[in-house]
Write a protein that binds this ligand. Sequence first.
Ligand code: C5P
Length: 232
Amino acid sequence: MAQLIAALDYTNAEDALATAESLRGCPIWMKVGLELFTHEGPAVVKKLKDMGFKVMLDLKMFDIPNTVAGGVRSACLMGVDLITLHALGGERMIHAAVDAVRQNAEEGGPKPLLFAVTVLTSMAPGELPGYGENLSGLAADLAAGGQAWGLDGVVCSGHEVEAIKSRCPGLMCLTPGIRPASGSASDDQRRIMTPAQAVRIGSDFLVVGRPITKAPVPADAARAILDEMEKA
Ligand code: C5P
């Protein structure tokens, strides 16, 4: 069964925790990304964990192997459940991240899932020099590399899930760019699909931000998405 992750893209912990509080008890993960983490730091992650949520730390790490390994170790210390990095960091960077998680687990710490971004879902064909229309091909190549290097999964567009899963059996797919059928704006996302479509094509995690955070009642919007996923 696919999991829903609410992207808490707020500046303040107060707003983020109010939305989380209203969803306590729902089968939903929380995502802490650049906006919230840069302003509030590890304290907000701890509060979400104390509320009982699984937390995705979406900092999309992309740096030299030693620096990424250090970032991953620090994320492990926070007790997050899923960490993101960029597949474009390549083999040695991904290996360093995988080794950092393994070492943390061997020392008795948690073993968060490691997912790498393939191609951002906000990117449209033609926007990446050298790749023309073939963003899906690049996403699949990066996913295959990532699986060989020991990742648990990749972040990709829903439109790429089937191709990635047939080429990389066992690799999990996490899909942002999700817009409920009931008329949400696509915002800056370009390669989007509905929650029901994403579940049907086999996505393991659906990340939804603005359709929840900008809704008049965020918890109602999240519950409607969970309902759409269950019926898919
Ligand atoms: O508001 P929206 O639903 O577009 O938010 C999507 C969330 O997923 C954002 O927090 C964004 O950072 C994240 N994300 C993404 N594309 C990726 C990886 C993460 O949109 N490739």
